[in-house]
Design a protein around this ligand. Structure first.
Ligand code: SF4
Ligand code: MG
Length: 283
């Protein structure tokens, strides 16, 4: 057991003051402590973008990967050491543009890990271009006349791809975000958590106030049943994806690694250690 402070390190985040990603960092640290993890059994793997820096800001194993490739690395880490709790993270550009192929296949593969997307609906690191999550008409340097492409709906895509855990939260709601990350970690399978994480520097449309006005918390929706996939899809379509909370969970399906006949429960890293120890014994 560790406290959330033990998941802090001495690296000072260089996010802009007010960036939504600070809350995601705090929520990961709190959730890790609340589910009883210690830094040595957590790995945070990230892609490229402002949000990708998060792997350096949590006291745990970390790997800052390449653009759109957090998920292949994270899946490899998990399969090599099943004892690790693995969190992959990145932004909407990272996961839903260049990395979208990996995202869809990781969802349908259902390896036991948690993927947290910091969705600010813009490319922040490169100083403000239209992302797959930007709204139609969104004006940036890359779309000065306004975006004419449809906005990607990642959670509908996740449901259609066989997701077993789909949730959404908001950087202003640290309590909900922490609770959802805890649930995601405890879910057996791939957990997708999309977080509305405002970019205060370059996105002057999708601000904290804008999200507060437009989000519907599923806790306030009477009779909502997160085990009902059709209801989840309907609610997402009805609200244009502007809901937060646990949207869908299927606890009946086993994770990828728990369905492979003969897959050793022992982490690969330990297997390899034993093999090398045995090899040395014979010398
Ligand atoms: Fe956050 Fe935007 Fe600043 Fe990047 S540019 S650190 S996303 S506020
Ligand atoms: Mg982004």
């Amino acid at each position: 057991m560790a406290t959330f402070k033990e998941f802090r390190n001495n690296v000072k985040p260089n996010w802009c003051p007010g960036c939504g990603d600070f809350s995601v960092q705090a929520a990961i640290q709190r959730a890790a402590a609340n589910v009883g993890l210690t830094p040595e059994n957590l790995a945070v793997i990230s892609g490229i973008g402002c949000s990708g820096r998060i792997s350096g800001y949590v006291n745990a194993y970390g790997f800052h990967g390449i653009h759109g490739r957090a998920l292949p690395i994270a899946q490899g880490v998990k399969l090599a050491n099943r004892d690790l709790t693995v969190i992959a993270s990145g932004g909407d550009g990272d996961g839903f543009a260049i990395g979208m192929g990996h995202t869809v296949h990781a969802i349908r593969r259902n390896i036991n890990m948690t993927y947290i997307v910091m969705d600010n609906q813009i490319y922040g690191l490169t100083k403000g271009q239209t992302s797959p999550r930007s709204a139609v008409g969104f004006k940036t340097k890359s779309t000065p006349e306004g975006s004419i492409e449809s906005t990607l709906a990642p959670l509908e895509i996740a449901l259609a791809s066989g997701a077993t855990f789909v949730a959404q939260s908001f950087s202003s709601d640290l309590k909900q975000l922490t609770a959802l990350i805890e649930q995601g970690i405890q879910h057996e399978g791939f957990s997708l958590i999309n977080v509305f994480s405002p970019c205060v520097t370059f996105n002057k449309i999708n601000t904290y106030d804008w999200f507060k006005e437009n989000i519907v918390n599923l806790n306030t929706v009477e009779g909502y049943d997160p085990s009902n996939r059709i209801q989840a899809m309907t609610k997402l379509m009805e609200t244009n994806g502007m809901i937060t909370g646990l949207i869908y969970q299927d606890s009946s399906r086993k994770s990828y690694e728990n369905q492979i006949v003969g897959f050793r429960s022992e982490p690969l890293a330990q297997q390899n250690l034993k093999i090398s120890e045995e090899a040395f014994e014979g010398l």
